[in-house]
Design a protein around this ligand. Structure first.
Ligand code: URA
Length: 259
């Protein structure tokens, strides 16, 4: 039994998703096979981590409740506390820790990633795993570190198995992120990766098309310059794309120097 658990762990299986086994062979036997000629389904997000089929729990509350709670938080500490006490997002059920933010709330730059991964979930801090280490090197290349930026995610709890957060999960967490942005009031907002960009910029356009383009973004009455760039996790998989990310980093540096 112990050897089997060790084998699971080595294979990356770090989460129990149910008390009772599910016979997926029996389930797929009743689903008609896709036609041979069907076009391959594109990945939902090019920089998203692999997505095992662990569905949203369906426990997500009405975003209006979240909006009221978030609006009532007058400080970032109060907002964190409101999230700690909020049971309206199903992601919280399986997460170890709330991953609220890292960095300097007085920073002129705020970075928004997609969702915490395993390391972030364990430490309760965003971008502390491999992609976080790359992010730190990217920031260093333009003279920044975590004392000069503020970092959060579109959802503050880890989606099981690192799947992309479901729309209902993003929707119920978004009022908290909006309030967080409003309270930090950065001059520059950077969306890290396609999922963050499509949430914040309300677009379905792919990240490779919209990255590197400045826009004015207004969140809860606060207007800032905003830019999307490639997610560090994507850059780890596609190192050739670092050339594009470097252009975006230089644009961020320039915007800060001019601000
Ligand atoms: N990827 C993200 O989008 N956010 C994190 O916090 C870590 C990895």
């Amino acid at each position: 039994m112990l050897a089997m658990l060790q084998w699971y762990e080595a294979a990356g299986v770090d989460l129990a998703v149910g008390e009772a086994p599910v016979d997926r062979f029996a389930q797929s036997a009743v689903v008609p096979a896709a036609p041979r000629s069907a076009a391959p389904v594109p990945p939902a997000s090019r920089d998203a981590p692999p997505q095992p089929a662990i569905a949203a729990s369906g426990a997500d509350a009405d975003p209006e409740t979240a909006r009221e709670l978030a609006a009532g938080a007058q400080t970032l500490d109060a907002l964190r506390e409101a999230l700690e006490n909020f049971d309206g997002c199903g992601l919280k059920l399986r997460a170890t820790n709330l991953v609220f933010a890292d960095g300097n709330p007085q920073a002129r730059v705020m970075l928004v990633g997609e969702a915490p991964g395993r390391d972030e979930d364990l430490q309760g801090k965003p971008f502390v795993g491999r992609s976080g280490q790359l992010l730190d090197r990217m920031l260093k290349a333009i003279g920044l570190d975590r004392t000069g930026v503020y970092i959060a995610n579109t959802v503050p709890w880890r989606p099981p198995g690192n799947r992309t957060p479901a729309p209902s999960e993003v929707a119920v967490c978004l009022p908290f992120l909006y309030r967080q942005i409003e309270l930090v009031a950065p001059k520059v907002l950077v969306a890290l990766g396609g999922a963050s960009a499509s949430t914040l910029f309300e677009t379905n356009a792919g990240i490779t098309r919209i990255r590197g383009q400045w826009r004015d973004l207004t969140v809860n009455g606060h207007t800032m310059r905003a830019l999307a760039t490639l997610h560090p996790a994507y850059l780890l998989r596609q190192p050739a794309a670092k050339r594009l990310a470097w252009q975006d980093l230089l644009a961020i540096r320039k915007a800060l120097d001019e601000a």
